[in-house]
Design a protein around this ligand. Structure first.
Ligand code: NDP
Length: 335
């Protein structure tokens, strides 16, 4: 079995030497388990958290253990009821070609229509994150102004498109003209602002009315620019703060505190809430999937993936994800 292990805990940005690629014996499924051959591996920002030995909502990956991740692939052997060899599934585990998993979070999915890789993106955990976070926290209403950071990414692209379906004015924030062009022309957002430019001026021009819902994917200076522009009773969906993952908590690379002054929370009666998709998301996966497949078939939701070839390319691709090198949902085609 080809596996990628966590060799060392990164200090700051991860580097190639923090990972180790090894060949190991084929795993055997026990009673009630399924052996899955991965076709696609999802690479996601949360994996940076699993590389660090800090207290969080999930345990860190142990040194020398296979990197955590979700895969989509094909059942090779099954000792669990309901799954048979050849079934195409979402829910394999880890940065590895073969994995043994229980049936609890294994979903049978179509192989080709839509393509299997979408089960890791628009029809997978990132899509589910967007759907759950908007339903439970953002609750966008027609006519409201919604701002989404990391707008061209896996979660952001879905958030903005759902908000458009709900009748909102949607403004994305992304890094660079290419990504912004895609967000407006392909995804149909009303505007997209480049965070390499002057965000304050761009936000004033694009949303003079202020912001009702901010979907936070980034943190740092993006958060600081968006936050003062909330309207009364705004909602801030705290999904992630990727700009800060390589740094010490609450500080930038120079150790200075980052993030906004939250004083106006009271005056404006804002609601700020964090969430983790796995808290309540997976039992709702079939409902989400049915609705999202409907939108895709109706041409109302589009997606973009960034597919990297070969499992051994995963470390470099993951390092790039934390610097904005990906354009769309990052997945690895394992073989
Ligand atoms: P993306 O596909 O959006 O990829 C990450 C993007 O983040 C990059 O392409 C880049 O976009 C942006 N980025 C990276 N580094 C920086 C930086 N230093 N400053 C500003 N932008 C940066 O990833 P996902 O959609 O998978 O994840 C988006 C966010 O959602 C993350 O914060 C993630 O942790 C969070 N998340 C939370 C979940 C939950 O349950 N709460 C579940 C899933 C994801 P650009 O070039 O446009 O800046």
């Amino acid at each position: 079995n080809l596996q990628i292990l966590l060799k060392r805990r990164p200090v700051g940005a991860p580097v190639r030497e923090d990972f180790e690629i090894v060949e190991t014996p084929m795993p055997e499924p026990g009673e009630g388990q399924v052996l899955v051959r991965a076709r696609y591996l999802s690479l996601d920002p949360y994996m940076r958290g699993r590389m660090a030995d800090v207290k969080s909502y999930a345990k860190p990956v142990a040194l020398g253990a296979v990197m955590e991740g979700q895969t989509a692939g094909v059942v090779v052997t099954s000792r669990a009821p309901g799954f048979a060899p050849g079934d195409v599934v979402l829910g394999g585990y880890g940065w590895q070609r073969f994995s043994v998993v229980g049936p609890e979070r294994l979903f049978k999915v179509p192989e080709a229509d839509p393509p299997l890789s979408t089960s890791l993106g628009v029809l997978g955990m990132p899509g589910l994150t967007a759907w759950v976070g908007l339903e439970d926290i953002g609750q966008p209403k027609a006519g409201e102004t919604v701002v989404v950071s990391a707008a061209s990414g896996a979660v952001g692209q879905v958030v903005g498109q759902i908000a458009k379906i709900r009748g909102c004015k949607v403004i994305g924030i992304a890094g660079g003209a290419k990504k912004c062009d895609f967000v407006v022309k392909e995804l149909g957002f009303d505007a997209c602002l480049d965070h390499h430019g002057d965000l304050d001026a761009q936000l004033d021009a694009a949303a003079p009315e202020g912001i009702d819902v901010y979907w936070e994917n980034v943190g740092g200076k993006v958060q600081a620019a968006v936050f003062p522009r909330f309207r009364d009773f705004g909602r801030m969906v705290m999904c992630g703060m990727i700009a800060q993952y390589n740094e010490a908590p609450g500080a930038d690379a120079a150790g200075a505190p980052v993030g906004p002054n939250l004083g106006p929370v009271v005056r404006k009666r804002l609601r700020i809430q964090g969430f983790i998709v796995s808290d309540t998301g997976w039992p709702r996966y079939p409902t989400f999937r049915a609705e999202m497949e409907g939108w895709i078939r109706a041409g109302r939701v589009h997606w973009r993936e960034d597919v990297v070839q070969g499992l051994s390319a995963a470390p470099e691709a993951f390092i790039g994800l934390l610097q904005g090198a990906n354009f769309g949902k990052l997945v690895v085609a394992v073989d």
